[in-house]
Design a protein around this ligand. Structure first.
Ligand code: UDP
Length: 442
């Protein structure tokens, strides 16, 4: 039954009680069709489904996640389609939750007089940065960002972030990025903002964000702990688990740069040298196409294959959560995407941080300076620095200290999604707010 039909339907009391039993409240999710966005929004779907909502996921013809048995009860709607008219029978749509980068969805929701809610798949600190950047004096900011000496200076009001840690994009000019940010942080007619983070990670950024925004902010993460929902868009190579089974406890460096980051050939070679010289085994995810000029690894020099075959294992895509959970893994070399960051902390694994673009730089700085469970590799990548960083994490006393602090954080994260924890309560508050009449106008 479409939404229109449901509103017109006026059953008598007996029928109405029957009807109420059958009518579920439905939430429409609008993800960005990219791995780092699809994964957390599907987890959010699972969390809301567990609160007895029906879920519709709007997706493109590409990057579908429909096949998984984990989502057998979800309704998937492929664009082009009629967004809100093809709901499951008898369900009442209560709101549209859209990824902040799908900001145009709020206009579509308004058309149907439905409340909309922003879902941010990044940290609260990165959101706060975007909000600050959306208001900078563009001319002055462009001059500052070109000034090499400014790069190491702290950005006013965003301690411990420096100019070079700001979430600027490697994919386009600063001006267009600032325009995008001003659209994403403008919540407009949206009624609330949901963030995949927890107050134990970034309470002051969350408090500031709440002051900046006109609507309630709900930190309900980490969603991968609260509501795990496997939604890999690429095929996972599970052979690496067998390889991990043969390695010593906490000896392996796991390397993955996520679904979008790229790597220069010379960096790949320096990494291979450094990893090899560290004498530690390593599992390396090299996504096809992630090294420009190479389909996979075939155009890399001969020495690369030799170094890797000595003590490494390469896959095109790994079951990351399973890898991080494996007792043989002792460290994670990451581009510091927010999902990878949360997943690594959630498994108590210290990190080597080598951010590539955007919010990854914010996360890397926080890992090193705020949470103290990461080592950031900055500047030119050289084999000596790689070797040192790997040893610091896997061999030295310093690595043991970092592990202690990350395990401490892991426990706090787990507590936050348990009953009575801050994220668990925040999710309940969000769900309760959906029941209030003035949700749309708060
Ligand atoms: N991931 C994976 N296998 C891999 C590499 C990454 O399953 O070999 C997953 C990872 O667990 C994470 C997501 O892909 O959930 C990457 O998201 P993230 O925010 O870390 O980075 P992005 O891809 O958005 O840059």
């Amino acid at each position: 039954m479409s939404l229109d039909l449901y509103i017109r339907f006026r059953p008598d009391q007996g029928e109405r009680m029957e009807e109420e039993k059958r009518v579920k409240r439905r939430i429409v999710l609008v993800p960005v069709p990219a791995q780092g966005h699809v994964t957390p929004i599907m987890q959010l779907g699972k969390a809301l489904h567990s609160k007895d909502f029906s879920i519709t996921v709007v997706q493109t013809q590409y990057n579908r996640v429909t096949s998984s048995k984990d989502f057998s009860d979800f309704h998937f709607l492929t664009i082009p389609g009629q967004l809100l008219k093809e709901q499951g029978d008898h369900d009442e749509v209560v709101c549209v939750v859209y990824d902040e980068y799908m900001h145009f969805s709020k206009a579509a929701a308004m058309e149907f007089q439905l409340p909309s809610v922003v879902f941010s798949t990044t940290s609260a600190t990165a959101f706060l940065c975007r909000s600050v950047l959306a208001k900078v004096n563009v001319e002055k900011f462009l001059i500052d960002m070109k000034d090499v000496e400014m790069q190491d200076k702290l950005f006013p009001g965003l301690h411990p972030l420096r100019y070079k840690d700001l979430p600027t994009s490697a994919f386009g000019p600063i001006e267009s990025m600032l325009r995008v940010y001003s659209k994403t942080v403008n919540t407009g007619t949206a009624s609330a903002v949901i963030i995949n983070s927890a107050s134990c990670l970034e309470s002051s950024s969350l408090a500031r964000l709440q002051q900046e925004l006109q609507v309630p902010v709900y930190p309900i993460g980490p969603l991968h702990i609260a509501a795990s929902a496997p939604s890999s868009l690429l095929e996972e190579d599970r052979s690496c688990i067998e390889w991990l089974n043969m390695q010593k406890p906490r000896s392996v460096m796991y390397i993955s740069l996520g679904s979008l980051a790229l790597m220069e050939t010379k960096d790949a070679v320096e990494m291979a040298w450094g990893l090899s010289n560290s004498n530690q085994p390593f599992l390396w995810v090299i996504r096809p196409g992630s090294i420009p000029s190479s389909e996979w690894t075939e155009s890399l020099p001969e020495e690369f294959s030799k170094l890797v075959s000595e003590r490494g294992y390469i896959v095109k895509w790994a079951p990351q959560m399973e890898v991080l959970r494996h007792p043989a893994v002792g460290g994670f070399w990451s581009h510091c995407g927010w999902n990878s960051t949360l997943e690594s902390i959630g498994e108590g694994i210290p990190m080597i941080c080598r951010p590539f673009t955007g919010d990854q730089k914010v996360n890397a700085r926080y890992l090193e300076r705020a949470w103290r469970n990461g080592v950031q590799l900055e500047g030119e990548l050289e084999k000596e620095a790689v070797e040192r960083a790997v040893k610091r994490l896997l061999v030295d006393e310093e690595g043991a200290e970092m592990r202690k602090s990350v395990v401490d954080l892991k426990e706090k994260l787990e507590a936050s999604v348990r009953s009575g924890g801050s994220s668990c309560s925040s999710l309940d508050n969000f769900v309760n707010s959906l029941k209030t009449k003035n949700f749309m106008h708060q």
